[in-house]
Design a protein around this ligand. Structure first.
Ligand SMILES: [Zn+2]
Length: 201
């Protein structure tokens, strides 16, 4: 019987671990990757992407998982591919850090999701060095980050501009001094002119 060793939020993480287990001669399979791939935003609710092994190899798989977490295979990887190009603290060079979303970008993503309906994940990370507490933006993705953040802002700006223009047009069609009859007539004229399909009868 297959049992779950661990689960990951994303399929590629599960495949990395499955390949490590295979390299250690432990047969392993990745389960529910298509399920999560189709509903990625429900990954946590679906229990993530699971790596499963035969029950009798579970303890061996746990051992490999512990070695992975402890960085035991790092030297092997470096021997294979050279410098791992880790994100490093620009102040002390440490590779251990916490990361979180920058608050303005998180706020932007929430505003964006509320405006458009689909969940728009925030872009970019703010790293905080575990050693010296320096805050930094990881450099390898810095340019893509900026570009994507700008791409996020443009539609939001256009939406705000359109909303503002719409409000102005409504105020123009219905000035505060107008009676309710004039107001309805002004609004009807406005729709007549700009949005003929919604012609009022
Ligand atoms: Zn540091």
């Amino acid at each position: 019987m297959l049992v779950t060793v661990t689960s990951y939020r994303e399929p590629w993480q599960a495949h990395m671990f499955q390949a490590r287990l295979a390299a250690e001669d432990i047969p392993a399979v990745v389960a529910h990757e298509l399920h999560v791939g189709n509903a990625w935003h429900l990954s946590v609710a679906l229990g993530g992407v699971k790596v499963q092994v035969p029950e009798e190899r579970l303890e061996d798989a746990y051992d490999v998982a512990r070695l992975c977490a402890a960085g035991e295979f790092r030297a092997l990887l470096e021997a294979e591919v050279g410098d791992l190009d880790d994100v490093r603290c620009p102040n002390c060079g440490a590779i251990t850090f916490h990361r979180r979303r920058p608050l303005p970008r998180a706020a932007l993503a929430i505003a964006y999701s509320l405006c458009w309906g689909p969940i728009c994940p925030p872009i970019g990370w703010l790293c905080i060095c575990a050693n010296c507490r320096t805050r930094f933006v990881p450099r390898p993705c810095y340019k893509t980050d900026k570009w994507l953040a700008t791409a996020y802002l443009i539609p939001l700006f256009l939406l705000a501009l359109f909303s503002a223009l719409f409000c102005l047009a409504m105020i123009a069609a219905c000035p505060p001094s107008a009676s309710s009859g004039e107001c309805a007539a002004g609004r009807a004229a406005w729709f007549e002119r700009w949005i003929p399909a919604t012609r009022q009868h």
